[in-house]
Design a protein around this ligand. Structure first.
Ligand SMILES: [Zn+2]
Length: 348
């Protein structure tokens, strides 16, 4: 994805870029083929994400199998402990296919936990399908996620965005399910959920993208599954920021993550595995990109534009049509409104 922001970020991180080369960036170039680390799925993915040279972003640390189906949302299964754990669920429209991938990857084992990074439709849309297939599974999430799940408005938004994604990415006319969302175990900062053997998940609260955003430190491998509060890597040197709730919370979350010792592997939401040499740069890149977006929005505000005017400028500046491969425009617009409001609320 080439946005002005991305271009600027690329210039900023020249040191890192010496080590990298963007292979697939936007339409017009041949789609890249990605093999999943697990046997569960093996599909050709057309994507706007850019790769680091010699690095396979779906080559997950030992025990993690990518069970994602379809576009737009990821689902990662951990089978390295005595108990199994799914990190996010992916989209609703392909929920049944995700269940098939999951069943195959579990290979007869039970699904013990679903860890919910936050309550957005692209992360938990497939939850109702997975819960139906594995009714014993325990959902782990933030206290605020539990609150969101009790909101009828949140459910309606999930339905609207899930349906937009269905229409964009599939030929299906099946209504998307939005029933049965729940949190069985509320988890907060520092809580550890034992997966048996020497495996456990430590919860790291990282608000900013939403109030309910949490990240996961999976041990003993030192695998950090970052939340969207600290960005989505698009390509080497290019970070997408989606600060929907609080700019200062997001920056604090990134600073907190940067200080965690023992992160040996980093997984960026939607993107996959970040190369080891890039882990320290990841948090810095996010903070720079976040400040740049904030400045852009405030510039428009200072020119005297009202909310609608700023939104129009924002869409001109940040939306590119190829982005629809990863996110329906409806969801982009929904997010854009929140991003602008969050900045104006804090700084205008
Ligand atoms: Zn989100």
């Amino acid at each position: 994805m080439i946005t002005n922001q991305a271009k600027a970020e690329k210039c900023k991180s020249t040191e890192m870029l010496k080590k990298t080369r963007v292979i697939t960036m936007e339409t017009g170039e041949p789609p890249c083929e990605h093999e999943n680390s697990g046997e569960a799925t093996n599909e050709t993915v057309q994507t706007l994400f850019g790769n680091f040279e010699g690095h396979e972003r779906f080559n997950f640390p030992a025990g993690i199998i990518r069970v994602t189906s379809g576009y737009g949302g990821e689902a990662l299964l951990y089978t390295g402990g005595e108990k199994t754990a799914l990190f996010d669920c992916g989209m609703a429209y392909c929920g049944q296919k995700t269940v098939e991938n999951l069943t195959k990857a579990l290979n007869g084992r039970a699904l013990d936990y679903i860890f919910i990074s936050h309550t957005h439709y692209d992360h938990i849309g497939a939850f109702p399908y997975i819960k139906s297939a594995f009714p014993e599974v325990k959902a782990v999430g933030a206290a605020y996620s539990k609150k969101v799940f009790s909101s009828e408005n949140a459910r309606k938004l999930m339905e609207a965005l899930g349906t937009a994604a269905r229409d964009l990415y599939s030929d299906s006319k099946e209504p998307v399910r939005t029933d049965g969302f729940c949190i069985d175990t509320v988890a907060g900062d520092g809580d550890k959920i034992d997966l048996g053997g020497d495996s456990y998940v430590e919860i790291v609260e990282t608000p900013g993208h939403t109030n309910c955003s949490i990240s996961f430190l999976l041990q003993p491998s030192g695998t950090f599954i970052a939340s969207e509060s600290t960005g989505v890597l698009e390509a080497p040197g290019s970070m997408h920021t989606a600060i929907l709730k609080s700019f200062s919370d997001s920056i604090a979350s990134a600073e907190k993550c940067a200080k965690i010792s023992g992160i040996r592997h980093l997984i960026s939401p939607h993107y996959g595995v970040i190369p080891d040499f890039y882990i320290a740069e990841y948090w810095k890149l996010f903070i720079r990109a976040a400040y740049r977006k904030k400045e852009y929005v405030l510039e428009q505000y200072k020119k005297g534009l009202d909310f609608d005017g700023i939104l129009e400028k924002y869409v001109e500046h940040y939306w590119i049509d190829t982005q629809a491969k990863e996110q329906p425009k409806e969801a982009f617009l929904e997010n854009a409104g929140h991003i602008i409001k969050a900045i104006l609320k804090e700084f205008a």
